[in-house]
Design a protein around this ligand. Structure first.
Ligand code: C2E
Ligand code: CA
Ligand code: CA
Length: 795
């Protein structure tokens, strides 16, 4: 459920989208803030404006009404003046007021009333002769100028028809006292104005307003009682009028109508109100606009950021996608795999950084740095529980060759496949790492307190893995079988540095490889001692070249016992150990590369010697044989080096013989053959040393410019006794004959051996029978002798 949601949101979780969203939100916030500030300032103005506009309407209405009533009052007063000054005749009064009423349709009735309240003259003759003495307007009019409040028609009711809306007809009274010369009140001139007049004023003032909703006008008298209201007025009177009503909230403006001069009438209040929904419509419009503005702003911000920010974050995104692809490609044993689907770029990059720090990028296993943590954890656990742990160091056998032959791509695929297989064979929480190249480390914990048992368990696991390697690995490039070797170091309570533990496992691994690969070896103290000795030995050998090196000469004779030359055999005069056999230090020199120094030195010595003998008729025929290791011979500039030495010493190349062992052919045969031909061109000769112990194939032999086969001494040793060896020797000699090359036997100690060899067709000999390896001076002294050969030949 949560995952679904995350998946749904994932497109929005990219850095770019988040960038854009953030800017969108910023835009929105900015827009809203602006809306708020502007809105607040504008709303106050708009609110004021709404009120002011209503106020203006109220003022207009008040003004109109005040002015109209004032005018009517003036008209009535003027007419009263005319009447009291006897400017009009009694009987013409009727005509005058009729005329006035005709001119001003607002007049409903005008009447001339004497001081007893009797109507003496009236428009349309209405109420003529009737008494109006009880009417308030008459009573007020007797006391002074009067403008009254509207009231329903009383006496005139029968004569007027009700209004359109069915309301009873209402009048507004204006009354002015009539005075005689002595200023005594003699009567009242009264006028009734149609109340409809107020409505028409209100209608006229509110009709053409350009407003959203209806404007309501209310008029209250000086007591606050309503004179004019629209229908739905809840308040009983002005003082109860509220802005908020059950019908809605209103904006209210009020204006007082001033009393008409010299009267006690009018003094009304005009109230104009409008529902806030309409009155404040501009505010709402404004808000709506501002919200739209904010939204548009947000979208513009977001879009802009998407485009511009998109460019900015592009490298990040690309990097993140690349890491994601990489994860998908070779991620094994990932603990973040599940999260990857929903991770955004920053998270992906974070994971990648983490992997860079702790993981091997190819296989996804822990890396070298992490393995140290595994080992120290295992050590801590062992210290705490006394239960042993183990460090298993696995190295693929001949992986370098595989890489060379199949290419690095396939090599990488094999490593990933191996990582997978190891993972499948181990328990889930077992620490598995690749520390470099084809080297994997497994750290096992809690193997038991008994050291032997723990060691056996670790070995069993290693062997289980080796057994599993008999099944081939299927990779894109094909199906291959790869073997491996294991070095095991048992983690005990004995304190040991992490780096040492790895070194010990490495030593054990070396042992396993030495034992013939596809093996498991457990580290022992002896290995360490051996290593220490080896390191020391190596240091000493380095220092010994060439000062402590010496060369011995062992004669090589022909069938007649005549010395034809010698093989140069190197010795190390160790200051403490005395003479050290080349069997001990040559393999080390080969391993460390020191052999090239030794080889060059021996070659130089040989050539110098050849040169020395060159003009000596007794020695100029002597051929010196030099042993050359496969590793030396494989070095790129070997041919050039030999040529340089020949040139420098001026030695005759024909007197130089190179002894190559068959093992030299094991590496790159074509290269060896090419180099042999190149050297052969220089004029020197070749002898194939230790012949019969290797694997020389006839086809290669045929292509090599060999001059001599050297039968290994192991065949010679048993020659007198065992027929088997005799048959090998016979074969070798036959082979030599068929190839057209000479045959020399080495290790000839007894005359019987020599005779047997001669019988079998061998023509050249080397061995204690003729002389042990000896110093130069000894050899020079005997070089002219004919040894045994003649004796045995019976000469
Ligand atoms: P190798 O080339 O087979 O040399 C012959 C070895 O047999 C020599 O041992 C020699 O002393 C020994 N030998 C000769 N005749 C007899 C005999 O009648 N009986 C017995 N039991 N042994 C005999 P050495 O001098 O100890 O040399 C051992 C190996 O060291 C040589 O085997 C050769 O492979 C290597 N070596 C010696 N000198 C050099 C060198 O200058 N360069 C290189 N690369 N290797 C060298
Ligand atoms: Ca040799
Ligand atoms: Ca040999």
């Amino acid at each position: 459920m949560k995952d679904d949601l995350l998946a749904m949101l994932s497109p929005f979780r990219s850095v770019r989208a988040r960038f854009a969203m953030a800017m969108g939100i910023l835009g929105l916030a900015f827009g809203l803030l602006l809306t708020g500030i502007i809105g607040y300032r504008m709303e106050r103005n708009l609110r004021d404006a709404a009120h002011d506009s209503l106020d203006a309407i109220a003022t207009n209405i008040a003004h109109r009404l005040g002015q109209d009533v004032g005018n009517r009052h003036r008209e009535v007063a003027l007419m009263a003046d005319l009447l009291t000054n006897n400017l009009l005749f009694q009987d013409s009064i009727g005509q005058v007021i009729d005329g006035l009423k005709a001119r001003q349709p607002v007049y409903a009735w005008i009447g001339f009333v004497d001081r007893h309240g009797k109507v003496l003259a009236a428009t349309d003759g209405l109420l003529l002769g009737k008494s109006v003495g009880s009417r308030p307007w008459f009573k007020s009019g007797m006391l002074g100028s009067f403008v009254g409040d509207p009231h329903e028609a009383v006496l005139l009711a029968p004569y007027v028809t009700p209004g359109e809306d069915g309301e009873p007809p209402r009048f507004l009274d204006v009354a002015v006292p009539l005075l005689d010369e002595k200023k005594a009140v003699v009567g009242v001139l009264g006028a009734h104005l149609y109340w409809d007049w107020v409505r028409s004023v209100v209608r006229a003032e509110t009709e053409d307003l350009d407003r959203k909703g209806p404007v309501e006008v209310l008029i209250a008298d000086d007591q606050g009682q309503w004179l004019h209201t629209p229908h739905q007025v809840v308040a009983k009177n002005l003082s109860e009028l509220q802005a908020k009503t059950p019908f809605g909230e209103y904006v209210v403006a009020r204006q007082a109508i001033k009393p008409v001069a010299n009267t006690n009438g009018l003094g009304w209040t005009v109230v104009v109100r409008e529902n806030v929904d309409y009155a404040h419509a501009p505010i709402k419009d404004n808000r709506r606009f501002m919200l739209l503005f904010a939204t548009v702003l947000a979208i513009v911000f977001a879009l802009f950021t998407w485009v511009v920010g998109g460019k900015v974050v592009q490298p990040i995104v690309r990097l993140a996608r690349a890491t994601q692809n990489q994860n998908a490609l070779a991620y094994y044993g990932s603990d973040t795999e599940g999260e990857n689907a929903h991770a955004d770029e920053t998270q992906l990059l974070g994971q990648f950084m983490n992997r860079l720090a702790h993981r091997d990028l190819l296989t996804g296993l822990s890396n070298r740095k992490e393995v140290n943590t595994h080992i120290s954890q295992a050590m801590e656990l062992t210290a705490a529980t006394q239960s042993h742990g183990a460090l298993l160091l696995l190295n693929l056998d001949n992986f370098g060759v595989f890489n060379n032959v199949k290419g690095y791509e396939a090599g990488d695929q094999i490593l990933v496949a191996v990582a997978k297989r190891l993972g499948s064979l181990l328990e889930e929480d077992t620490a598995l790492s690749r520390i470099n190249g084809d080297e994997f480390v497994i750290v096992l914990q809690d193997l038991g307190q008994e050291a032997e048992q723990a060691s056996a368990r670790a070995v069993a696991i290693a062997q289980k893995i080796l057994r599993s390697f008999t099944a081939p690995f299927s990779i894109a490039a094909g199906t291959y079988t790869v073997h491996a070797s294991f070095g095991v170091y048992l983690i005990s309570t004995e304190p040991c540095a992490v780096s040492d533990a790895l070194l010990y496992a490495e030593l054990a691994l070396r042992k396993a490889k030495h034992l013939g690969k596809n093996q498991v070896a457990v580290f022992t103290q002896a290995m360490q001692t051996e290593l220490a000795a080896q390191v020391k030995f190596e240091e000493e050998l380095t220092a010994a070249i060439p000062s402590q090196l010496a060369i011995l000469y062992q004669p090589q004779v022909n069938e007649h016992g005549r010395i034809e030359g010698a093989e140069l055999l190197v010795r190390w005069r160790h200051p403490e150990k005395g003479m050290v056999s080349p069997g001990l230090f040559i393999p080390l020199a080969e391993e460390t590369g020191l052999i090239t120094h030794i080889g060059r030195w021996v070659m130089e010595a040989a050539c110098r010697q050849i040169k020395q003998w060159q003009d000596d008729p007794g020695k100029q025929h002597l051929v010196l044989a030099v042993n050359v290791s496969a590793k030396e011979f494989a070095s790129q500039d070997y041919v050039a080096q030999v040529q340089r030495i020949l040139n420098e010493t001026g030695a005759t190349p024909a007197r130089l013989k190179i002894e190559l062992t068959e093992s030299a052919l094991a590496s790159d045969v074509e290269d060896v053959i090419a180099k042999m031909h190149a050297l052969k061109e220089l004029g020197l000769t070749f002898s194939l040393d230790d012949f019969g112990t290797g694997f020389s194939s006839l086809s290669y032999l045929r292509r090599m410019p060999i001059d001599q086969l050297k039968i290994d001494q192991s065949f010679v040793r048993n020659l007198a006794r065992e027929n088997n060896d005799a048959s090998i020797v016979r074969t070798v000699i036959a082979l030599g004959n068929s190839l057209g090359v000479g045959v020399i036997a080495e290790g000839v100690e007894e005359l019987a051996q020599k005779d047997r060899l001669a019988q079998l067709g061998c023509t050249h000999y080397q061995g204690y029978l003729y002389g042990k390896p000896m110093p130069l001076t000894d050899f020079e002294r005997m070089s002219h002798l004919v040894l045994l050969g003649r004796a045995s030949a019976g000469q």
